[in-house]
Design a protein around this ligand. Sequence first.
Ligand code: SF4
Length: 362
Amino acid sequence: MKIVDTFGLPDGLLAAIRNDQYNVGEKLEGTEGIYSPSSLNTPPQVRQLTREHYDELEEEAVTRVWSMFGTAIHNEIERATTGSDDEIAEERLFAKLEVDGKFWTISGMLDNINKRAGKLDDWKVTSVWTVMRMDRLPEWSTQLNVYRWLAHMNGIELDTLTINAILRDWSWRESTKSDKYPQTMVFKVDIRAMPHEEIEEFMRERIRIHQQDPVPECTPEDQWYGGSKWVLRKIGNKRAVKTEDTMDGLLTYVEGKKIVALGTMLQAPFGTHEAELDELTGLSKGDYYVIERPGERIRCARYCSVARFCPQAKREGTIFTEKAYGRNNQKPSLVPHETNSSSATRISTKSAPSAGKREAPF
Ligand code: SF4
């Protein structure tokens, strides 16, 4: 994989990013291959396409800046460890796992262990949004429990598992507005210690899935697909008036309001400002309309490094962001859902429900 730089990063920073390589460990003698907690959790199709196209893959250096921050944090904490026999920092452990008669190497780098206290601390540099949504909890939970199992297989018993999330975008001002917002920039997440048999079964199941031939396609969960939303907009308003998971949910809200068109389908790339769509409707200020905002396969569209080689993404018509981060400045478009024609600007009213007031469809 090549690290490319189209943003003209300073030489020193670019050199540091290119130097920030993660060591994945080695295969144990007599085993089939190596799995780390992160490779176990990676969708098999992503892993396979990465192997097949590794030399052709390119990644923007700037997208690795936060990962390099993570490395720096780990290095500093490692430097600050006391060096006592009880403490271990940044230690890679290995163990063999038998799956259907074959042995595999499981490998993982443990951040900080206190053997006397039976405690494992893991450091993550992440966003406030991640800990507020807690959508990575299942992945964090299996990761730390694989580490716990690795420690156990190497004669170290750990029962207290903690993720220490360092929140790179934490804001003091936001913390004063809501108790739900993290009250400090270091956020601790306690992870339940699973029985070793439970995490072994998880690892076996994941290895079986990874070993399927052909590998399975990515699931909606793998693709970080959030499902589509229904949006009520008012011409002239910057923000949507209301967003719901279903049209029915929205209709309860719009009852009594004058709705000019319902059942509109929207297809627009990531970064689209929905307010820009108002112009395309031809409606007047104060008119309401309803659109369906198709759910985005966020991993495919923005984060998957093998997306351009992926037959599934091609078949599903994933719209990729042009840049590796941020808004892509593409103009929005309204596309009739049933034709999927990119040149059309007509708005379909085909799926308009009978409820609600509707006049002058587009
Ligand atoms: S582009 Fe999407 S479907 Fe294809 S490998 Fe990546 S995550 Fe999976």
